[in-house]
Design a protein around this ligand. Structure first.
Ligand code: FE2
Length: 386
């Protein structure tokens, strides 16, 4: 693959102006995963990823059907929820999908308005606006369905001073491994079924007022064996970015198809989290046992100067240091980015994490797609799913 595609070439600023402001979004509020054992998952996210314990809800707080642990690292909030009863819808979700992302919660000024604006434009309701309160104030939330069984929950917390949400209490264990420099959710990627990408692109445009600011077809995203297509959707202020992938035909099975088979349908493929210092963050993750995709071949690093051409001079990091940790690099007119991808974080080959450091570039590492997908294919081959 040749050089990266720059948002500037796509007239990004102009495109953002076209985004509609009927749904002002302040940022990602939290990401909720349904997991088989929230207590143990919480330990993993603390130990391996350096998330800090924040809040808890369960039998002791009057929650009879579920337990949730809330963890935080800078602006990233993860909620890990597990069902306590057989007849819980969370149980059905787990049975079908395994561990995975259920809720991408979006922080808004006015949750009722966000709900009305999106439902009137065709969103399917998940739950109507509801106000919850405790001694710290009140929070209004409302939810809509997006692809698969995934939902968006709008969270209005301007009248709330508590730790997380009403119904939660402080979670204060003595065990607190240190943070590793994760800052905020950069983007979250959804995998959808064959021929469904454009449907969901249109849904994010019509229902959420998002714009499509980058597109990659299967001619750009392919290896010798497999292919996929991807379109990146963004809200007007650029804080929320959702690339949407669909599988494409290749000689062998697309990684997106493998995901769809094991997740039993569309869902969140990866959560990209930003750091200001990818070298120290990745070193810490490796020491704490997080597994990354196999490194690209030596030829990937040898080819960096030629691939980045005139942009090569921007790279401040020593390429040898990047290679030691298998970090990938890409650049465009605006700057460069460094990124690396974990292996799936549960036994099904579904959800994984991306660690990204943006040094001005606003793309998604298109120049790395080929190396990345070849790494994934080596893993797929071992799983017998290529
Ligand atoms: Fe990504």
């Amino acid at each position: 693959m040749s050089k990266s595609i720059s948002p500037v070439e796509y007239g990004l600023e102009k495109i953002f102006e076209e985004a509609e402001d009927f749904l002002p979004l302040l940022g990602t509020d939290y990401v909720e995963l349904y997991v088989g054992n929230a207590k143990q998952s919480a330990h993993y996210y603390q130990t391996a990823f350096g998330f800090q314990p924040l809040a808890y809800s369960g039998l002791e707080t009057g929650s009879k059907d579920r337990t949730s642990y809330v963890l935080q690292q800078d602006k990233i909030r993860l909620v890990l929820t597990t069902p306590l009863k057989i007849d819980s819808p969370i149980q059905a979700h787990l049975k079908k999908h395994g561990d995975g992302v259920k809720v991408i919660a979006l922080w808004v000024e006015d949750a009722r308005q966000a709900y009305e604006a999106t439902v009137s434009r065709g969103a399917k309701s998940f739950f109507e606006p509801q106000e919850e309160s405790d001694e710290h104030g009140s929070v209004v939330r409302a939810g809509i369905h997006t692809y698969g069984d995934t939902v968006h929950v709008f969270v209005e917390r301007r009248h709330y001073k508590g730790l997380f949400l009403p119904g939660y209490r402080a979670w204060n264990p003595s065990y607190r491994p240190s943070p590793i420099g994760l800052k905020y959710v950069d983007h979250m990627v959804g995998n959808v079924g064959w021929g469904e990408m454009n449907q969901w692109v249109k849904w994010y445009e019509d229902v959420m007022g998002f714009v499509n600011f980058l597109s990659f077809d299967d001619k750009q995203i392919h290896t010798e064996y497999s292919a996929l297509m991807s379109k990146v959707m963004s809200n007007g202020n650029g804080r929320i970015k959702f690339p949407i992938n669909e599988p494409a035909k290749g000689k062998k099975k697309s990684q997106i198809e493998e995901y769809l088979d094991f997740y039993e349908g569309p869902g969140v493929q990866h959560i990209a989290v930003a750091t200001n210092d990818i070298l120290s963050t990745v070193k810490a993750l490796q020491e704490r046992g997080v597994e990354f995709l196999p490194p690209p071949p030596q030829s990937y690093y040898d080819a960096i100067p030629e691939r980045l051409g005139a942009h090569n001079h921007m790279i401040k990091e020593d390429i040898k240091e990047l290679q030691k940790l298998s970090v990938l690099v890409d650049a465009d007119e605006e700057g460069y980015l460094l990124q690396i991808f974990t292996k799936p974080i549960q036994d099904r080959p579904t959800l994984f994490f991306e660690i990204i450091q943006r040094m001005g570039a606003r793309g998604f590492g298109a120049g790395n797609f080929k190396a990345l997908f070849e790494s994934i294919e080596r893993e797929q081959a071992q799983r017998g799913t290529l």
